[in-house]
Design a protein around this ligand. Sequence first.
Ligand code: GUN
Ligand code: FE
Length: 455
Amino acid sequence: MRKYTQIFQGTAFTSKSSKEVEFLHNYLFCINSNGIIEKVVAPDDTDYQDLLDAYQGKENFHRLTDGQYFLPGFVDLHVHAPQWAQSGTALDIPLNDWLNTYTFPLESKFSDLVFAKNVYEDVVSTMLANGTTTALYFATVHKEASLLLAKICAEKGQRGLVGKVVMDDPEQNPSFYRDADTQTALVDTEEFILAVKELAKTTKQGVYPVVTPRFIPSCTDDALKGLGELAAKYDTYVQSHCSESDWAHGYVKERFQKNDAFALNGFGLLSDKSIMAHCNFLDEEDANLFVETGTAIAHCPISNAYFANSVIPIAHLHSKGVEIGLGSDISGGFSPSLFDNARQAVMSSRMLEDGVNPSLPANERGVLASRITINEAFYFATAGGGQSLSLPIGRLAKNYTWDVQVIDTKITSAKLPIFNDKEDLNDVFQKIMYLVRPENIREVWVQGEKVHSRL
Ligand code: GUN
Ligand code: FE
């Protein structure tokens, strides 16, 4: 019999399609030394019993206890790691004022590597404890501190995709927080890319450099062009904010007489490895361009409730074939949990469909066919995020990485309302999605390594 590094036995939930969740009742997951799922075995498969006989009782055999379930680790497509230090605060003013009043002063403090280490270690541990096994991070303009974030992901075992933020326009950014000049921004970005690629060689789960123009308003044309060239030269990921709020969307339209999507594409910043946050004001042509270039949307539903001035028509964009994943957008969104964001994604979509102004007649209040289900929100948090990054993550299936959260529904302090031993698995799944708290996340694994456990 083939030798596996580890075998896990238990019931798992994984997306079959964007609308359908598959329930794998009491399956075996056979993991190889690279942390990849090499085989998924159903109880009625012929080798199920042979595998049990060979591995049961051994140290590398893990069986879930009653009330525990496997979920794929979450993929958070949009996190501002430094903003963790202000999460839950400063949500009272519009985006542009928020950036200048709270966020740029906070981010400027990350020139101090001691402060940076404190915040970054905490945010990476917190994300892992919330079930996020892969995260796409904005750091700050500082090259050293950005590299420190990548190193902390590497050490803690999280699959981190990290960007040194570029904001070089002296007209748009305060003197205390911006790149010294365009050339320095590009040189620092190139050095950062090379350093993270070196670091990646020392990790099992991978860390990746990301070309990161903050958003068009903070960058000069020369910086945007140079970043597009660097992304092509090193075949890197690209992230930015796209058509987020009335102000940000309007600013780009006035500067370029086109929307963010076409402006970004003109600088070579849209590709299969591009993930754009928010995208609330994409029009039909912008969405088609996303589909053609393979650009994905990081949907940040909690943040959007504060800063977007609108609800994104996510069901419509997904039906057009745009790749979509979920983002927490810490700290525009206050929660580090993609469970919370999945819940908000469903609720916002329902409000878009029904409408929000009670003084209008019901049939004029909303936008038809806008709702998404909790299954779709789960898909965006897992397989959709994996597809957006073109990585084999976000599903519990053959050839995917063993990135999982072990959910315990019977924790005394956070017991889920399951009163029937034979509860329908569809109901168990929905209760998990709506009611789980960090206490219920007993273990988190990335690429076959345990990276978090809670007794
Ligand atoms: N646009 C430019 N920077 C930011 C940021 O830090 N957060 C959000 N939500 N939008 C932005
Ligand atoms: Fe953001």
